[in-house]
Design a protein. Structure first.
Lengths: 532, 337
């Protein structure tokens, strides 16, 4: 008979015993030529560059494909040549000629004008979510083969429907929708006329730093070096592991099982700030947190109320106390890091001024209103602070928390009153946000275009005209001036209170250098990354 | 024969009705929930024409009864639809994700039974003593401390501090892509591949989540075993056995336990079903690509085909295990026969 003591000792030892033979087999540090990243990969839907339209997929795509040009992270007013070595516009600003450099696909084949024309034509013909970024220049499935043409092996011309600012075209071509795929490989894998879409969702055919080795949804993405590509560092593979839990990411980073952790919380980043083994790479990204006031509500339709709300908010207090490491105060509709962004922050908490505006609106006694917000932190904490701030000027806010897609669905159906939500910019040009915030020509329920302004029933013809004028201005410098003026007007004369801009942080282990975060996810690059 | 046939027919009808009800319910929940599934497919910023086109492609522009009939027709042909997120047929995804959960759940159940049943028996035999109280505390802790807390504490102690266990994930990064998938059960696939280092690595990665899940399940099994055994020990046949002078071990394991075992079959079946439906939290903390994580991610992204498909799978598991428990009940209990 086993004694009680022996049984207890045995029972207690059992969990430990299970490790004894196993401990030797684990805990190898990650190899020097493999970069291991912990990241949440759960909303990635496609790795086809002409289809993928969300942040994580966009980042992977941009590391596997090159575009004619890319946004310049040091100087947002310029673009950097990539596949295109040079470009020029004709006198009418309608025909743009690109001369190609010497890029090579992962297959070893040179990138030709035929590949470029095919890729841009493919993006238009497939007409997936991001296609609007380039079809706004007048391209359709029917005309694109005559408007985007390979003139010779190294020359491509793009003809736009109307005179176009070259900077606008270049910025749009720097988006992933402008990625160049290898025509031969893609067509070899075409099924039922899908232009290789099904195949490219899970494979790659680009000239970027890496090529796709394997994508296991909800598990990992592995990319291997494109030996013919632009990457010159010591990495042979990049493996991105799907690690949902930030606490697990943190432990894995500290143990050295991953080299970069991408989704740490504010509290964890605070701890890591003083950790000498970790380097934090930070970047303000093109994601704004803002309050939308639906104009179908009579109280919220009053311009004095828009201003009152903006003057009632304690931007600095919320930023310092709730989101010190993840957001910065930002009040323009264009994100910092974009061409022509105005960094003014004219609003700060001024209760007396806000109350005066409420009185001017005939609402001195305030009113009741509902505000929807995301249920994921930090939105609930921020919403509560907003509730307190607006309470001081008589606006009694009832908070409604829901999963973010639920909030977005409600906003798209124009069923919200106020909503605290986020807006991510689509492509690297001021028109991207100006269009969705200012250009709303049809405010009817069944409008063909439903930009962000439409969701809150906001239509201002004057702003629309100014946004269109800025978009169509051909002189790049003057164009930016127009956008700056537009932003300042929008700050004061719109039912949108832009409050914060998100900051992303990648925590890298010491020895990992050169990883770059971009203002858009497609700027997140392993191109300069090396590992000691 | 006729009676048996009727019984079988009744059971099958009940199973089909349950699964049909489950399909209707899950499908309806998926269609009436206040999230637009098209957003999951194309993103919030997609232009209106793309949204309309994709809505039509997904059949979501049809009335709900039409959508349901279409879905049923697909199901009858073995098609669970496509996942928007993974771009795979749902059946393919299930085949990929389920073995990971199966591996975890089976190992956890075996461990939980091996520890929980003796502990429960011991507690019953020592009812009211310090031993019983100690086991009660251990079991209560296992059942009342949230699994994510246990998981994180386990990672912190054994992975981070003591450095005797691997971190989250199913295998070390150096084995990534090295093992061909045959069964999807990594410990078996590594053996098939003849790679014993990879086998030990897979086993090491399993240890923590298995122990956490086993602890959680063990607590329930031990408590139920104790309760059943206390009842059994009061039986006249046990008193008779004792009066005959049989050893305590023979009385407990030879006379009382067979009765308990019959009741434990149901407990074990339900525990196993609970584990197989996906230990979502454990899978999340340990980055275990199992069915629970697949279901959660799909649900959070309003990707409804995987949600309905996985829910059906879970329903089938529950019904199947209940059937097996039913059969075992008949085998183990002569009175039912």
């Amino acid at each position: 008979m086993v004694s009680r003591r022996n049984f207890l000792i045995g029972g207690a030892a059992l969990p430990f015993l299970s490790y004894i033979n196993l401990a030797d087999t684990v805990f190898a540090a990650t190899p020097k030529d493999i970069l291991v990243v912990a990241q949440q990969l759960d909303n990635m839907t496609s790795l086809d560059p002409h289809e993928g339209f969300e942040a994580v997929g966009g980042e992977m795509i941009s590391n596997m494909y090159e575009k004619l040009v890319r946004a310049n992270s040091d100087n947002p007013n310029e673009v950097t040549p990539v596949i295109a070595a040079s470009w020029e516009a004709d006198a009418d600003s309608k025909v743009f000629t690109f001369k190609l450099g010497n890029s090579k696909f992962a297959s070893g084949a040179a990138v030709t004008a035929e590949d470029v024309a095919f890729s841009l034509q493919r993006a238009i013909k497939m007409n997936k979510s991001p296609a609007f970024i380039i079809n706004q220049f007048g391209f359709t499935a029917e005309n694109v083969e005559t408007l985007i043409v390979a003139k010779d092996e190294k020359t491509v011309t793009i003809t736009t429907e109307k005179p176009t600012a070259i900077s606008f075209l270049l910025f749009c071509l720097s988006a992933n929708i402008g990625a160049i795929v290898e025509k031969k490989t893609v067509l070899e894998n075409e099924v039922n006329g899908d232009l290789g879409n099904a195949w490219l969702q899970k494979n790659s055919a680009g000239s970027g730093s890496f090529k796709l080795q394997a994508w296991k949804a909800s598990e990992s993405i592995a990319m291997t070096l494109n030996e013919h590509g632009p990457y010159k560092g010591n990495l042979k593979r990049v493996i991105i592991r799907h690690v949902v839990d930030p606490s697990s990411q943190m432990l894995m980073l500290q143990k050295g099982d991953v080299d970069i952790a991408r989704d740490l919380t504010s509290e964890q980043l605070k701890v890591l700030q003083s950790d000498e083994n970790v380097v934090l790479v930070r970047k303000q990204i093109a994601s704004l947190m803002l309050i939308s006031m639906n104009q179908s509500n009579p109280n919220l339709a009053k311009p004095q109320v828009w201003e009152a709300v903006k003057w009632a908010l304690d931007y600095d207090g919320i930023q310092k106390n709730i989101i010190p490491l993840t957001h910065a105060v930002h009040q323009s509709m264009e994100p910092a890091g974009f061409p022509g962004t105005v960094m003014d922050t004219p609003f700060q908490k001024d209760v007396a001024k806000a109350k005066a505006l409420m009185a001017e609106a005939g609402l001195a006694d305030g009113f009741d209103i509902t505000m929807d917000h995301y249920s994921a932190q930090p939105a609930p904490d921020i919403a509560q602070a907003i509730q307190a701030n607006l309470g001081e000027i008589g606006i009694r806010v009832k908070l409604q928390s829901a999963e973010n897609r639920q909030v977005l669905t409600k906003m798209r159906a124009r069923q919200h009153e106020m909503a605290l939500s986020a807006w991510g910019t689509d492509y690297f040009d001021p028109n991207s946000n100006a269009e969705v915030f200012c250009i709303n020509k049809d405010n009817s329920d069944d409008a063909k275009k439903k930009p962000f302004a439409w969701r809150s029933s906001f239509k201002n013809d004057e702003l629309t005209a100014k946004a269109e004028a800025a978009r169509d201005e051909k002189d790049p410098a003057k164009r930016l001036e127009l956008y700056e003026a537009l932003q300042r007007e929008f700050m004061h004369n719109s039912p949108f209170a832009v409050m914060f801009q998100n900051t992303k942080t990648a925590a890298c282990r010491k020895g990992v250098d050169g990883f770059q975060l971009g203002v858009l996810s497609e700027g997140n690059s392993y191109l300069g990354t090396s590992k000691a | 024969m006729n009676r048996r046939f009727k019984s079988l027919a009744a059971t099958l009808s009940s199973v089909l009705l349950t699964l049909f009800g489950l399909t209707v319910l899950t499908f309806l929940i998926g269609r009436v929930m206040p999230v637009d599934p098209v957003i999951a497919a194309v993103g919030d910023n997609a232009p209106e024409d793309v949204i309309l086109r994709v809505r039509a492609e997904m059949g979501l522009d049809q009335p709900i009864p039409v959508q349901f009939l279409h879905y049923l027709n697909q199901l009858i042909h073995g098609d669970f639809g496509m996942s928007v997120l993974t771009k795979n047929p749902v059946a393919t995804d299930i085949v990929r994700f389920f073995p990971a959960t199966f591996e975890l759940a089976t190992a956890a159940l075996i461990l939980a039974a091996l520890i929980g049943i003796p502990l429960g028996v011991w507690a019953a035999v020592r009812q009211g003593t310090f031993t019983d109280q100690a086991i009660r505390v251990v079991c209560l802790a296992g059942h009342s401390v949230p699994v994510f807390m246990l998981s994180l504490i386990s990672l912190l102690i054994f992975y981070s501090w003591l450095d005797i266990a691997p971190g989250p994930g199913r295998q070390d990064i150096i084995y990534d892509g090295m093992i061909d998938t045959v069964t999807g059960i990594l410990t078996i696939d590594t053996l098939i591949a003849g790679d014993f280092d990879a086998f030990w690595d897979a086993l090491a990665h399993m240890a923590q989540p298995v122990i956490i899940l086993a602890y959680f399940s063990m607590a329930y099994i031990a408590r139920m075993t104790r309760a059943f055994m206390i009842d059994a020990l009061k039986g006249e046949y046990v008193i008779t056995a004792r009066a005959k002078g049989l050893s305590l071990t023979t009385v407990i394991w030879g006379h009382a336990f067979p009765t308990v075992a019959v009741q434990l079959v149901t407990v074990m079946a339900l525990t196993y079903a609970g584990l197989l439906e996906g230990a979502v939290v454990t899978e999340t903390v340990f980055s275990w690509p199992g069915i629970g994580q697949y279901l959660t991610v799909s649900l959070m992204n309003a990707d409804m085909n995987p949600v309905v498909g996985t829910t059906l799978l879970i329903g089938i598991i529950y019904v199947g295990l209940n059937l097996i428990a039913d059969i075992l009940y008949r085998v183990l209990d002569p009175r039912v026969q």
